[in-house]
Design a protein around this ligand. Structure first.
Ligand SMILES: [Zn+2]
Length: 310
């Protein structure tokens, strides 16, 4: 009888201890593994992922939403900040878990200080690049004023966003002549769907991603540098092998973005193309298996692939 009691007591103590250990694992413990199992049974519906390529004229601003978690890649020029802030509010954003400022050019960080002042911010990821512009200095001041810390991009680091995750794929170097090459690149994964964003990374950075053997294969690629032919090399496009590409640019911009060579490449590869300059804000929705868009694909015509005479 006594022995039985002792055994029950011991079992209870072990049980209590075990449940304590299990309960005290912080969320981060599970998330810190590179390859996590998002454990959704096949018969269950996978939560939706929404990727908004917001029309901010000549620039980038991409909102990514998964299960009430929000992330912003770039924020367009400063003069678009009211439009951007309204757009985020209309889409139920109060907190941005992650903000990525790909590189310190005004068409990417112009509205970011205003965004930081208007929303709760989690992690802000920025490359180790400096610019002497007022826009950049103002951004740094705003980050400091809001007691935020800058997280530097480290290749291979994985972050969780709702039922999706993303991994840092660029920059692979630390010393570039062109600020564009500092662009933070990520691959976003959502069950079977994936997206690659590389800011304005030029061919130099693209080659480094290729040389480092990074798995770039993705369903969707936001064409780098607004569809410039100084980015989006054939080798890079081969490696990403996207089904869908998106151009974020302003109609009739002075740079001629997207360039005719890239439009030709889209045509040759039968890529489904969307353009903010021609179609406004593009929203892609992934259910983990298929991707749907808020509009029909852009039809590439002859004028897109032939350079107009100067
Ligand atoms: Zn740009």
């Amino acid at each position: 009888m006594k022995r039985h009691l002792l055994r029950t007591l011991l079992a209870s103590i072990i049980f209590i201890l075990l449940s304590f250990v299990v309960r005290t694992y912080p969320d981060g413990f599970i998330n810190s593994f590179g390859d996590i199992n998002l454990s959704h049974e096949d018969d269950k519906e996978y939560p939706l992922l929404k990727v908004h390529f917001i029309d901010v004229g000549q620039g980038d601003a991409i909102l990514i939403q998964s299960e009430d978690s929000h992330m912003l890649i770039d924020a367009g020029e400063r003069h678009n900040s009211d439009t951007l802030i309204s757009y985020l509010r209309e889409n139920s954003v109060s907190k941005l878990e992650y903000v990525i400022a790909t590189h310190p050019h005004s068409d990417h960080i112009g509205s970011l200080a205003n965004v930081i002042d208007n929303f709760q911010i989690g992690k802000i990821i920025m490359p180790d690049a400096i610019s002497t512009t007022k826009t950049f200095e103002n951004l740094l001041d705003t980050i400091a004023k809001n007691n935020l810390k800058i997280t530097k991009p480290i290749i291979g680091t994985e972050y969780i966003l709702g039922s999706a995750s993303f991994v840092i794929i660029a920059p692979n170097g630390s010393n570039y002549k062109n600020l564009n090459d500092y662009s933070v690149g990520i691959k976003l994964k959502h069950n079977e769907n994936s997206f690659v964003f590389t800011g304005d990374a030029e061919k130099l950075s693209e080659n480094e991603m290729l040389e480092n053997g990074i798995n770039l294969k993705a369903d969707v690629f936001k064409l780098a540098h607004h569809g410039s032919s100084t980015s989006n090399s054939d080798d890079f496009l081969d490696a990403v092998d996207p089904m869908i590409c998106v151009v974020s640019a302003k109609k009739d911009n002075s740079y001629g973005h997207p360039h005719v060579e890239i439009m030709q490449a889209m045509k040759d590869r039968n890529i489904i193309l969307y353009r903010t300059d021609e179609q406004g804000t593009i929203i892609l929705e992934s259910d983990g298996k298929t991707i749907t868009a808020n509009t029909r694909p852009y039809k590439i015509s002859e004028k897109d692939t032939i350079r107009s005479k100067p």
